[in-house]
Design a protein around this ligand. Structure first.
Ligand SMILES: Cc1ncc(COP(=O)(O)O)c(C=O)c1O
Length: 382
């Protein structure tokens, strides 16, 4: 046999896995990978337990359980005033990751261009490459991580098949507002291309702001896959459940892929989430305050160190500049911080095709106060 010719030659183990492994090896406080160290709400766990003892053990419906799709539709109306038909516009997937993969495979063809904004979440480009597409990286502006409209206008062409946006934005926490969506709609109007809006942190928005979903912009909604994550919303990233809202024609194409990637996602958890969402809307309504308290607590701790916290308007990530501590590259700094000082972070350069000259790492503050305290005690020594 000849050596295998990889379809993803530049893909290795992700930085998130690597940093978590390094953290475990060196007994570091792990503020790298984006997951909470606290449990989902107890009433939700009680429902899961009941569902596991019940009759939800066989394949769910391919597009998702009816009860869960109905609960999602209900939430879209009550929270955003947006309607989506559970029958053919909402699909439950195995995490937002599967929805992103499916949407990309559904529309991107060989040699199509897909525009992403750097710093960019790591799952987009490998999916584009597998579909035969070409990723075009457009950097967000610094220091506020906003869309550079001129560069975007220059990048969009007849070759553009898809544009991928992410708000609230990982890793910066930057938010897109209604005016941004209007501007994007105007910019894309002459072009025959689709949009993928990654809104997995929809409920983690601070300082009295509200999440502006792409679904509230009618022109964009008509050409968009909007992707959400139950893992992020219910402190249950390991459940790998999410969903995609898209117009009928796009949903049909997404389901063609979904049908042969996973066919259907886990039954008892879908049933449990449907029941919990309906009975406890206060959970997601309370998330902004819940996470803002953690953000402010962690910012207070960072203020006692030599890190400089950057603005954090959304998500459960805090970017911090370490220029006062070290001149090392962020990858070297993150390794050194984990191995020598026992705190794991994510270097921001890994989210870029061409990293800018900044010294910034990402902390995840979705952690118990005791975890954040333990990290801060180590960071204060630097
Ligand atoms: C921006 C972004 N999109 C998608 C995902 C994946 O979500 P899920 O765990 O539901 O697959 C993540 C997880 O970290 C993320 O940060």
């Amino acid at each position: 046999m000849k050596p295998i010719e990889s379809k993803l030659p530049s893909v290795g183990t992700t930085i998130f896995t690597l940093m978590s492994q390094l953290a475990a090896q060196h007994g570091a406080v792990n503020l790298s990978q984006g997951f909470p160290d606290f449990s989902p709400p107890q009433p939700l766990l009680d429902i899961v337990e009941r569902c596991l003892r019940g009759r939800y053990h066989q394949y769910a419906l391919m597009p998702g359980s009816l009860a869960l799709r109905a609960a999602i539709a209900e939430k879209l109306v009550s929270l955003y005033g947006v309607t989506a038909d559970p029958a053919d516009e909402i699909t439950v997937t195995s995490g937002a990751t599967e929805a992103i993969f499916g949407a990309i495979q559904a529309v991107v063809r060989r040699d199509d261009e897909v525009i992403v904004f750097d710093p960019c979440y790591d799952s987009y480009e490998p999916s584009i490459t597998l579909a035969g597409g070409r990723t075009v990286h457009v950097p967000l502006t610094l220091p506020d991580f906003a869309i550079d409209w001129e560069r975007l206008a220059a990048a969009v062409s007849d070759r553009t098949r898809l544009v991928i946006v992410n708000s609230p934005h990982n890793p910066s926490g930057a938010l897109l507002g209604a005016a941004d969506w209007d501007r994007l709609a105007a910019l894309l109007r002459p072009h025959d291309c689709y949009l993928l809006s990654d809104e997995v942190y929809e409920h983690v928005v601070f300082d009295g702001k509200r999440h502006a979903t792409v679904l509230a912009q009618p022109e964009l909604k008509s050409r968009c896959f909007a992707v959400f994550s139950f893992g992020k919303t219910y402190h249950a990233t390991g459940w790998k459940l999410g969903y995609c809202v898209a117009p009928r024609e796009l949903t049909a194409e997404l389901r063609r892929v979904h049908q042969y990637v996973t066919f259907a996602s886990t039954s008892p958890l879908q049933q449990a989430l449907a029941e919990y969402m309906t009975a406890h809307p206060e959970h997601h309504l309370g998330l902004p305050a819940f996470y803002q308290e953690r953000r402010d607590y962690f910012a207070g701790l960072l203020a006692e160190t030599s890190f400089r916290a950057l603005p954090a308007p959304g998500t459960y990530f805090q970017l911090a500049d370490y220029s006062e501590i070290s001149r090392q590259s962020d990858v070297d700094f993150a390794r050194w911080l984990t191995i020598e000082h026992g705190v794991a972070t994510i270097p921001v350069s890994v989210f870029y095709e061409k990293p800018p000259d900044i010294r910034v790492v990402r902390f995840c503050f979705a952690k118990e106060n005791a975890t954040l305290d333990a990290a801060a005690e180590r960071l204060r020594r630097l």
